[in-house]
Design a binder for this molecule. Sequence first.
Ligand code: ATP
Length: 575
Amino acid sequence: MLFSEVAESFAAIEATASRLEMSSQVAALLKKCKKDEIRPLIYIIEGNVAPSHEGLDIGIGEKFAIRAISQTSGHSEKAVLSEYKKSGDLGSAAENLLSKKSQMSLASSPNTLSRAYSSFVKIAQMSGTGSQESKISILSELLNGATPLEAKYLIRFCLGKLRLGVGDPSIIDALSMMKHEGKADSQIILRAFNLCSDLGEVAEHYIAGKDLSHFSTQPFKPIRPALAERLPNAEEITKKLGKCAVEAKYDGLRMQVHLSSGKVEIYSRKLEKMTHMFPEITSAASKLKAKSAIFEGEALAYNASEKKYYSFQQTIQRKRKYGIAGMARDFPLRLFVFDLMYLNGKDLTLSPYSSRRKTLEKVFANTEPLVPSELIYTDDPKKLDNYFTNLLGAGLEGIIAKDLSQPYVAGARKFAWIKLKKSYGALADTVDVVIIGYYLGKGQRQEFEFGGLLAAVLNEETGEFESIAKIGSGFSEDEMQSFEKMLDEIKVKEKPKGVNSKLTPDFWVKPAYVITVAADEITLSPMHTCGMVGDTGYALRFPRMMSLRDDKGSEEITTTKEIIEMFEMQKRRKE
Ligand code: ATP
């Protein structure tokens, strides 16, 4: 397929606000793909060269893209820059400048999807001295064979700013639509995706007609993490689960560890590789008496002489201060293993919790610093409550109750796990929001030019970010300064597509940074669009920033549905 066909389809996708219509455009494009074009197309739509756990970033800086556009269009770099300033989008600048070019270069032939993709991969794999020049020349070659519209998307993709607004759920719907005029296979496709986090691979299998219902986990294909639901108190938990496992909830860093034939990789909650940062965990995993395994746990720094754990925030701070080797020596980590999803070639995700846990305890007997999470089994709300209170006293965050009969529910928030955390005002939990804009400072804060944030949650049904709070407190002066810098880099001129807000901040930003916010309660408000019915939405009362969550992406934030549930729960929560 020609890349110009892809570009035309991208333009149509961009012009539609309907998610269904987007999916059907994607389905139509996938139908035109040859077998070996499916993966490249899926990754490109996702805005990547490969699934993010492979860590292959295209990484062309604006300066170099400007140079490539200048070389191809025959306009000076200054002219490219001034065209760029008009729209704030270098892709549109390339489109305009190339459309003024009288003739295509004689030597150039039109780009195919495969050629464009293999060029992207080459660019992403290059590093070291001189690599920027080679990247520019590969990009220039692509631009030489490109129509103006193609150039727009080539440039946006290479800058990591494709942003078609097509999320993974829409791609999954598109796949399902290809075979049925509905969403018949969505659940099966979603499960396969949850088990391998590679939509390109899943799409290729699905379109080739393979049976995805037998899809299983494989080492070095990270599993999308299981998530916990909330209930307001011990009574509701035991009523829902009956006898259950009540595990300590550690406030550390979630790790998914993969082991096969002595090789180890560690993935973050966002499923990015972070193996090199934790040599002590890697070395302990490689010594396990297992040929292959995939397990999950929460890591905390432990000070043996004081018998004291450090929280996630402290763990991260210490890493910055001491460096990786110093950190491993002075503040070794302990990984509290809470699930085992694969062992010696066997997928355990469909086994019930009780059986996975039994195996886990055998595998992790005497394997310090890998230790099973602490737990009790009970169906008695009083015992659960006592255990919860004791854990809070010991400085832990709460408990996670687990349904003994449930499989590992990859990538979903289900009642297989239920969390009960220490109180934040009347709220049962903190809320993870994405920053959609910011305000300039007034009065004392003026010198930092930063006056607060506009934040949103995700409405999973519409795919839109809905505003829920204006956050003006909880920041240290250092944080304000670094926010101003970080946000300035992702400023956009207009309200980004997919953002739903009645309020207009001083600056809109690309919804990228996730922060954890505590609040006194959830209230109804005419100002915010979260879960809006008529004129009234949900809002956070007295919101304050707790921390930046760089282990979460914008699609993993608190959803509108969860906010509504938390609002209902607030009424039932025992003080
Ligand atoms: P979520 O991960 O549910 O989106 P979150 O990242 O804000 O939310 P919490 O709501 O605090 O985190 O709780 C869930 C997290 O608790 C898990 O993602 C995991 O990192 C951590 N955790 C700590 N101890 C355990 C445990 N014993 N079992 C499962 N998860 C645990």
